[in-house]
Write a protein that binds this ligand. Structure first.
Ligand code: NAD
Ligand code: DAU
Length: 341
């Protein structure tokens, strides 16, 4: 099978490509990525030179790039992915997440190829109690979530109108190796290693439902092979945690590594102004994909977090190049500042 993976130089996309090429060594993967500030070819340096892997620098909004490529299925990760950035400027989110997805859908329609649309639990909005199921209403609250919900609706329309074999996955918060240090978990680890304040929004009691990135990648691959056209699959691993608890747990692990007193590192916690429209709680019910496709998460939160902290400790060069600005091309002053403080 020839797979077109979009956004493969980002966090989840790069982990997915590594997973696919180890699970299906006979596949060929085309990685189409624009290399925005979040795209980094170092995430896939171990794939370079492999005959089963080809990188193409290109924008999913550019139909001419897509027309020149040969593939059997699309797994679509490319997106503007950071909620805070969407609050500052939603324009690139509309462009890539909506118009870019439309372009890919048109390509898939013409070629009659399978399309896996990697979406997010954020399209459901926030829930005080209970869990998001695939039947929950879409109530996106951030411009990022609204752009993802909009692209989900286009995917649905292409299934209904043109009979496209497309599936939508809605996953909860991922963590693991190669996550860009604007997101909570890598930001907290890196700031703690650098003895810098760790910003916690609001009262720190917002709840996120965490999943190890490799479990997500395996789920996407399961959907590609076994998914039913038009189906939506929620992906999560029943790991709800208030943000402050996640941060404390990370600080404890970093303290252990540095041989420092835990309480010294707890002083780094810095409560800052809340995110506008900050969703209070996400909680995914993954029983649909478990029962229908036989997927199950394998990584516990404790073990996954330990692996992640270890990875950031062992791969300082990777993130130091990012936060020093050597690698950042489009990183704006506000975000650069926040990482450095
Ligand atoms: P990321 O920001 O780390 O990576 C996004 C990648 O897309 C980058 O390599 C970037 O260069 C590329 N890209 C952006 N615009 C592009 C364009 N116009 N053309 C081609 N490439 C482009 O994101 P991530 O965290 O890896 O998320 C990947 C996908 O998974 C996104 O669709 C996101 O909505 C979804 N998702 C993420 C999470 C999470 O917790 N990170 C959870 C659920 C779903
Ligand atoms: O739920 C899936 C979503 O998870 C994905 O669709 C998004 O692409 C991904 O970015 C992520 O969104 P979040 O906004 O939940 O992730 P983030 O890491 O930005 O924030 C996690 C929580 O931590 C959130 O409640 C905000 C809070 N936070 C975040 C940052 C960056 C802080 O308290 N301090 C911070 O510095």
């Amino acid at each position: 099978m020839k797979l077109l993976v979009t956004g493969g130089a980002g966090f989840i996309g790069s982990n997915y490509i590594r997973y696919v090429l180890s699970a299906h060594p006979d596949y060929h993967v085309l990685n189409l990525d624009k290399l925005t500030y979040a795209g980094n070819l170092e995430n896939l340096s171990d794939m370079e030179g492999r005959s089963q892997y080809t990188f193409i620098k290109g924008d999913i909004c550019d139909r001419t790039v897509l027309d020149g490529l040969d593939f059997d299925a699309i797994v679509h990760f490319a997106a503007e992915s950071h909620v805070d950035r969407s609050i500052l400027d939603a324009a690139p989110f509309l462009e890539t997440n909506i118009a870019g997805t439309y372009n890919l859908l048109e390509t898939a329609r013409k070629r009659k190829c399978t399309f896996v649309h990697v979406s997010t639990d954020e399209v459901y909005g926030s829930t005080e109690d209970g869990f998001f199921t695939e039947q929950s209403p879409l109530q996106p609250n951030s411009p990022y979530a609204a752009s993802k919900a909009s692209s989900d609706m286009f995917v649905r329309a292409y299934v209904e109108t043109y009979g496209l074999r497309a599936m939508i996955t809605r996953c909860s918060n991922n963590y693991g190796q190669y996550q860009f240090p604007e997101k909570l978990i890598p930001l907290a680890i890196i700031n703690a290693l650098n003895n810098r304040p760790v910003p916690v929004y609001g009262d720190g009691m917002n709840v996120r439902d965490w999943i190890y990135v490799e479990d997500h990648c395996r789920a996407v691959d399961t959907v590609l092979h076994k998914g039913e056209a038009g189906a939506v699959y929620n992906i999560g691993s029943r790991n709800e945690r208030p943000n402050i608890e996640v941060v404390r747990s990370l600080l404890r692990k970093v303290a252990l590594h540095l041989g420092r007193n835990e309480n010294d590192l707890m002083h780094l916690i810095s409560y800052v102004r809340d995110r506008a429209g900050h969703d209070r709680r996400y909680a995914i019910d993954p029983s649909g994909i478990e029962q229908r496709l036989g997927w199950k998460p394998q990584m516990s939160f404790e073990e996954g977090i330990l692996k992640t902290v270890d990875w950031y400790i062992s791969n300082k060069q990777w993130w130091q190049r990012i936060i020093s600005g050597e690698y950042i091309k489009y990183y704006d002053a506000q975000y650069g500042e926040r990482l450095r403080k």
